[in-house]
Structures are given as structure tokens and as C-alpha cells.
Design a protein around this ligand. Structure first.
Ligand code: ACO
Length: 448
């Protein structure tokens, strides 16, 4: 198969959100800590009527409807999520309701879980299937769905929530360059969820930041090596138009891009300007470990790479800054932001993606973008996703109401025998919502 990749996309995020500025004041953090320090604008969250299952039901039905896809045409469905609900029963099986109704139960695939990486694992599974001898000619469908919530404290402002659905097949406008993948996988305890009675993770914030940057370096080196082997010339930042990162919060994305620039400097690639070489010279002798701890290096690289960040990364940051960390959906929401901002000029461009999941698993891979044919064209995808419309129709909560919602959700997590308020007044038509969890923990949903 040629040009296997993403044919169509849709995104859903809760309409309920809180401004980071308000949360900052409420938490007693110093002014600017969340907005400038973390680089975040706003945080979306699920109220008691929404969860990862309802959001994924909404994203999948919306994609099928808006692109005119018959549910019988789906042959594989893969879900990436780190939000555990039934442990042994996959989120994929809930989504089967949509397909069973149309008489299609012949759909392979289950859930993939490893922190924020599950969506990428699901995506690779679907792409590999379409490229394999077991492909039956139907579409693959990938769903990334997560609700990122943290206990009160420094990590709470890095929450978020969203679901993204992606249709996979040949002749895609967003085509994989599968030959160039570089991965780094290792055993660390930077972020994990050992307490099954709580939705909140155990996080070693500082360690997770360093792990992320080390994984990035490692993946970039492998990606560059594979590129050079196959293309016969070294890879540098100038070989791609855009760089899309998993985005726990924007500041880490700024640091990540600067780190790639530092790698290019160490590799002595021609893309690094003389003035930058001068500024970074003093840091060339740092050991790897020292380089992760050096604040001066961080500042110097961010400064010399700033103009490239503005051109190659900034257009990808809209949704991650407005919605927050969406875990498995985060990287793809950053890519959605790029489509939203640049769909008219993307054809013919290469885009680099960096996926990171704590624990840890990480891969750098790339897309080659093509105009595509309606309805699978870059411009139609941007129109269908209607990012501006979705952002505009949100409802801002006050911090007290947000905290109250988090408390109620703590109570509801793992609980049985309750009905929700069924108040879906804030949801737009077509949105699924949770109505009840019965005495056997069975969950019931309705569509507005
Ligand atoms: N104005 C401007 N900037 C400020 C202010 C202020 N008033 N106050 C602090 N800052 C800056 C700090 O200097 C720092 O920036 P820097 O890193 O460039 O120095 C930034 O704001 C954050 O401040 P810290 O004191 O480092 O924040 P803290 O340690 O309280 O929490 C953390 C940050 C660790 C990221 C926390 O939010 C967390 O644990 N998040 C979850 C873990 C996470 O997302 N890890 C990323 C990879 S793993 C994953 O995806 C889940």
C-alpha cells in the first residue's frame, strides 16, 4: 500500500474549562507561574456527566458522520488511553455499540496503555495492519481518549481532557514515513498509577521532565541516524517544516525544541548559524547529565532557537495551551492545531512528531503531508474539526466550582450504584454523556 496514514480526524474536548490565571490566584501561586512558568492558558475538564468513554463515543460518531463513513467499512479499531475504568474490559468494547447497531462486529483491535504513549501504539498498530498481508481493504480507526487529573498541588494545573479519532488507510493526506522511526524505551518510575482506588497518578515531576528530555535526545539521535542511512545526508531541523511534541505543558515543549537545536549544534550541522555557535560554544564540553541540569544552557538554547520555535513549533501549540495535557491525545491535539493554523500551506511538507509516555516509552516519527482528495483533504479535515468554534463555545468555571467538581469525581471514581445529574445543558448536540452506573458497575450513556 502507498502513502498509508491518517485520512481523516476529529477532536472532542469538554466545553467546561478554567482559566489558568484564575487557578493560579486561587491556588496562591505566584502570578505568572501557570501562564508564563508552565506556558498554559486554560484547562478543560470532565464534569460528572463526561468521561473517557463518553468523549470517545462522541469523537467516533462525529467522525463517521462528518466524513460520511459507513460503520461497516471499519475493519480495525484501536484505542489508546491511560484512564483505567474497567481494567479488563477495554474502552474499545464500549465503542462497539456504534458498530454492532450496523451489524459490524468483525473489527479487530483492543486498547493500548502506557501513559501518554498508548495513542501512538494504537496508531502504529493500525498503520502496520493496513501495510500487512492481513489487511482486508477496510479502514482502521484509532481513538486517543484521556482525562488528565492530578491531586491538589503543583501538578494540578497540568490537567486536561480530550478524545481524538483518526481514520487510517492508504492514499492519505497525512502519510507516514515509516522508515525513519526512532524509539527509546526504558524502566523508570517518573509517573505511574499504582493506587487503583484513585484516578490520580503518583508523579516525580522533576524526574519526569528529565526523562522526557533524555528520551527526546535519544529518539532524535536514532531518527537522524536512520534518515542519514536512507537519504545519504544528515538530518537537521531545517529538513522539516514543523515539529510536534507531546505537550504536558507548553514550557516543556519550548525546552524540547531548544534541545533539538542543541543536538544540531553538537552535530555541527550547517543549519546552525554562526552567532548561535558562538553562544553555545561554552556548553559543548558538558556531559549529558550536566547538560540536563544546566539552567544557563536551557536559557541560551531557547534564546538562539526562538525564531525557529516561532516558525516551526508555535503553530502546533494552540490546543495544548488551551485544553491542557490530554495524555494520549496531547500529541495529536498539537498536530490538530497545526492543521487548523496552516492547512492551506502544508502540502509537500514534512512534519516531525515526538511521542512520550512515562514509565517510559517514546518514539520520534514523521509525516509527509499531501493535499488529498475530498473528503480526505487537509482543508476539509480542518473544516470538520472546527477548532475555533469549539474553543469559542466553551464555558468558564470559577476555581471553587472546579475544585468542587474534582472532589465529586474523586468520590465517583470506582463507585457504583449512582445516577448522574444528567445535566447536559452545557454540552453541544450530538455529545454523549454518562447517565448511570448501576449496582454491577455497568455504565450507561445517552446522546444529547
Ligand atoms: N512567573 C513566571 N514563571 C514562574 C513563576 C512566576 N511567578 N513561578 C515559577 N515560574 C517558573 C519556574 O521558573 C519554572 O520554569 P523553568 O522550568 O523554566 O524554570 C516553571 O515556572 C515551573 O515552576 P516549578 O517551580 O518548576 O514548578 P513545580 O515544580 O511546582 O511544578 C511540574 C512543575 C513539576 C511540571 C508539575 O506541574 C508536575 O509535576 N506536572 C506533572 C508532570 C509532568 O507533566 N511531567 C512532564 C512529562 S510526563 C507527562 O506527560 C505526564
Amino acid at each position: 500500500q502507498k502513502n498509508v496514514g491518517i485520512l481523516a480526524m476529529d477532536i472532542y474536548f469538554p466545553p467546561t474549562c478554567i482559566q489558568q490565571e484564575a487557578l493560579e490566584a486561587h491556588d496562591g501561586a505566584s502570578k505568572g507561574k501557570y501562564t508564563i512558568g508552565l506556558g498554559q492558558d486554560c484547562l478543560a475538564f470532565c464534569t460528572e456527566v463526561e468521561d473517557v468513554i463518553s468523549m470517545s463515543l462522541t469523537a467516533v460518531t462525529s467522525l463517521l458522520e462528518k466524513y460520511g463513513i459507513d460503520p461497516k467499512q471499519i475493519g480495525r479499531l484501536e484505542v489508546g488511553s491511560e484512564t483505567v475504568i474497567d481494567k479488563s474490559k477495554s474502552i474499545k468494547t464500549f465503542l462497539m455499540q456504534i458498530f454492532e447497531e450496523c451489524g459490524n462486529t468483525d473489527i479487530e483491535g483492543v486498547d493500548s496503555t502506557n501513559a501518554c504513549y498508548g495513542g501512538t501504539a494504537a496508531l502504529f498498530n493500525c498503520v502496520n495492519w493496513v501495510e500487512s498481508s492481513s489487511w482486508d481493504g477496510r479502514y482502521g480507526l484509532v481513538v486517543c481518549t484521556d482525562s488528565a487529573v492530578y491531586a491538589e498541588g503543583p501538578a494540578r494545573p497540568t490537567g486536561g481532557a480530550a478524545a481524538i479519532a483518526m481514520l487510517i488507510g492508504p492514499d492519505a493526506p497525512i502519510a507516514f514515513e515509516s522508515k525513519f522511526r526512532g524509539s527509546h524505551m526504558s524502566h523508570v518510575y517518573d509517573f505511574y498509577k499504582p493506587n487503583l482506588a484513585s484516578e490520580y497518578p503518583v508523579v516525580d515531576g522533576k524526574l519526569s521532565q528529565t526523562c522526557y528530555l533524555m528520551a527526546l535526545d535519544s529518539c532524535y539521535k536514532r531518527f537522524c541516524n536512520k534518515f542519514e542511512k536512507l537519504e545519504g545526508k544528515p538530518f537537521s531541523i531545517s529538513d522539516a517544516a514543523y515539529f510536534v511534541f507531546h505537550s504536558p505543558y507548553n514550557k516543556l515543549v519550548q525546552k524540547s525544541f531548544a534541545r533539538l537545536y542543541f543536538n544540531d549544534f553538537l552535530n555541527n550541522t550547517s543549519s546552525v548559524e554562526d552567532i548561535a555557535k558562538e553562544k553555545l560554544g561554552p556548553f559543548s564540553a558538558l556531559s549529558g547529565d550536566e547538560s540536563y541540569q544546566s539552567r544557563d544552557l536551557e536559557k541560551a538554547t531557547q534564546q538562539v532557537a526562538k525564531h525557529l520555535y516561532d516558525a516551526k513549533v508555535q503553530p502546533t501549540t494552540l490546543l495544548p495551551k488551551q485544553v491542557g495535557n490530554m495524555y494520549t491525545a496531547s500529541l495529536y491535539a498539537a498536530f490538530v492545531s497545526l492543521l487548523h493554523n496552516k492547512h492551506t500551506t502544508l502540502a509537500g511538507q514534512r512534519v516531525i512528531m515526538f511521542s512520550y509516555g512515562s514509565g517510559l516509552t517514546s518514539t520520534m516519527f514523521s509525516f509527509q503531508l499531501r493535499e488529498g482528495q475530498h473528503p480526505f483533504s487537509l482543508s476539509n479535515i480542518a473544516t470538520v474539526m472546527n477548532v475555533s468554534g469549539k474553543l469559542k463555545s466553551r464555558h468558564e468555571f470559577l476555581p471553587e466550582k472546579f475544585v468542587e467538581t474534582m472532589k465529586l469525581m474523586e468520590h465517583r471514581y470506582g463507585a457504583k450504584d449512582f445516577v448522574t445529574s444528567k445535566d447536559c445543558s452545557l454540552l453541544s448536540p450530538g455529545t454523549y454523556y454518562l447517565t448511570e452506573v448501576d449496582s454491577m458497575y455497568r455504565r450507561f450513556y445517552a446522546k444529547k
